[in-house]
Ligand binder design. Structure first.
Ligand code: IMP
Length: 183
């Protein structure tokens, strides 16, 4: 992988390589397979960022499953609720299903906190979360991650589905923002 990349006005340095990611995703897939054998889980991958992680994760799970993609559109709610998200593209029956949400990164946790509360109203048999990355220092809304790839520092990352203003989603590995003073 190249030593540095630039996207728009920012510079990024290598952080997690392809082999390291692949190994971790495979281990998560095996764990999920064991836990969900015979349950036909419904993977719900959150667009856009989770598309790469989801593609690798579901292929590491050998058990029978369904895969669907949803997009969360957020809008300003009332002053008391702040940002609220609605789910677009959820055309699967969720009731009585074992749901496994697939997300690229948990940052403040706001997106998933609201989404999981909405899902619970649909009476699934269970809801669990697989997240590739988690920034504990950034968390503001409680989110329970059942299958975690990597805990990372509170720095902006790109690649493997994650973007910076539209760029870098296609990079096979993950890069971290270089602080200006390091350049
Ligand atoms: P949260 O609701 O604050 O947890 O934000 C989650 C979403 O913000 C993720 O699904 C990403 O789309 C985006 N995000 C958060 N941190 C990063 C990052 O470091 N790089 C790229 N996107 C990020």
């Amino acid at each position: 992988m190249p030593s540095h990349i630039t996207a728009h006005d920012l510079t990024f340095e290598p952080y997690l390589g392809e082999a390291e990611i692949a190994q971790r995703v495979k281990a998560l897939g095996q764990q999920i397979q064991q836990d969900y054998e015979g349950k036909r889980p419904l993977f719900l991958a959150i667009l856009n960022g989770a598309f790469v992680f989801a593609a690798d994760l579901v292929r590491a799970v050998g058990t029978e499953c369904d895969v669907a993609f949803v997009r969360l559109a957020s809008y300003e709610g009332t002053a008391s609720t702040g940002k609220v998200s609605t789910v677009i593209g959820l055309d699967f029956e969720v009731k009585n299903r074992h749901i496994l949400i697939v997300e690229d990164i948990v940052d403040t946790g706001r997106t998933l906190h609201h989404f999981m509360a909405e899902l619970q109203k649909m009476e699934p048999a269970s809801v669990a979360l697989a997240a590739l990355l988690y920034k504990p220092e950034a968390l503001q809304h409680p989110v329970k991650i059942d299958y975690l790839g990597f805990e990372i520092p509170n720095k902006f990352v790109v690649g493997y589905g994650l973007d910076y203003d539209g760029l870098c989603r296609n990079l096979p590995s993950i890069y971290q923002l270089v602080e200006i003073e390091k350049l």
